[in-house]
Ligand binder design. Structure first.
Ligand code: CDV
Length: 334
């Protein structure tokens, strides 16, 4: 059984505040078809792929906010989002896509789902764990807000790896690919990757929306020119994708939103596919709708997993207590 896959990241250019959902779905389908034409059988879409990055806005009217959420339990079966899943089914392509989830109980999560074309169903769901930003708008009226803490609860599903389409053992004992999902800010937390690494993850799927310039949010000490801020944000994005892929001996696919939303809020783009040695295999060249693809051989994960990062042989859990017992920093007295 071949363990070679063609995978894709579908980068999405700007989606504006008033862009109708159906229009965005048409763009997502166009990207999906382009990936399928290039032979991809797994496509990753961005965080909150069906709407603008609405957490930068404070909405006075609750109905205005509600309009950015998907209220149906299964978005692969409800309009207008279902058209994307129907096309994935028709093309035989698995997809991972991010969306704003509102549960029947009224709980709100920043979520991603994995849809298997072979099984024609959503096989796995992930809810973003690390929720950045603030609950309250920033006092400076000139600031661009990041109100994810106001709009989303931290995810409650943990970091559960899964196999797609789902067979534990193929004829040669290798099994279907082991996958894990992260959303945006999660990619900056090594704890999240290691939870997947400890389940033998082979491909991390990560959608994101990363602002290119937001000095109020970062704190004034980080104020820098928009050009330097953007290149720093892209460098840090690649740094965490490459370092964590290497340290967990896995591939990763990062699909971002890009360009100027509403003509003024710039997102970095920089979608990329990374290998288990930390090498970039494919990288977006634009800040618009763009598909990047790479052929990946999952057996390339074995070298790291069996040698330098052989966790069973080398981890020293008796020394790691602080990582789970302590949240913030406690400095030594002397
Ligand atoms: N959507 C995000 O989670 N964005 C964060 C920003 C706020 C830093 C990120 O980590 O890219």
């Amino acid at each position: 059984m071949s363990r070679i896959l063609k995978v894709a990241a579908a980068q999405l250019g700007p989606v504006h505040l008033d862009t109708p959902r159906a229009e965005t779905v048409v763009r997502l389908i166009r990207l999906l078809k382009s990936a399928a034409r290039q032979g991809a059988t797994l496509v990753v879409f961005p965080e909150l792929a069906f709407t603008t990055f609405f957490a930068r806005h404070l909405f006075d009217e609750p109905t205005r906010l509600e309009a950015f959420f998907e209220h149906d339990k299964d978005i692969s079966r409800s309009s207008p989002t279902k058209a994307l899943f129907e096309e994935a089914q028709r093309l035989g392509v698995d997809i991972c896509v991010g969306y704003a989830e509102k549960t029947p109980e009224g709980r709100a999560f920043n979520s991603a789902i994995y849809y298997s074309a072979k099984q024609d169903r959503v096989m796995a769901k992930y809810r973003k764990v690390h929720i950045p930003g603030t609950r309250e708008p920033l006092p400076d009226k000139a600031a661009v807000n990041h109100l994810e803490k106001r709009y989303f609860e931290p995810g409650d599903l943990g970091f559960q790896a899964f196999r797609a389409p789902g067979k534990r053992q193929n004829a040669d004992g290798a099994g279907d690919p082991i996958l894990g999902m992260l959303i945006c800010n999660d990619r900056r937390w090594p704890e999240a990757w290691r939870c997947y690494g400890l389940q033998g993850v082979e491909v991390i799927l990560c959608g994101y929306n990363t602002p290119a310039y937001n000095p109020h949010f970062w704190g004034t000490s980080k104020a820098m020119s928009p050009e330097i801020a953007k290149s720093t944000a892209i460098a840090q994005h690649k740094l965490v994708m490459q370092a964590n892929s290497y340290m967990n001996s896995c591939f990763s696919i990062a699909a971002g939103k890009a360009g100027l939303e509403d003509g003024q809020y710039e997102l970095i783009g920089g979608s990329c596919i990374v290998g288990p040695e930390g090498q970039i295999l494919a990288e977006a060249a634009t800040t618009d709708d763009e598909v990047i693809c790479a052929e990946i051989d999952l057996d390339e994960c074995r070298q790291g997993k069996e040698h330098i990062f052989n966790f069973a042989q080398h981890r020293r859990v008796e020394t790691y207590r602080r990582v789970v017992d302590q949240v913030g920093v406690t400095q030594p007295d002397s």
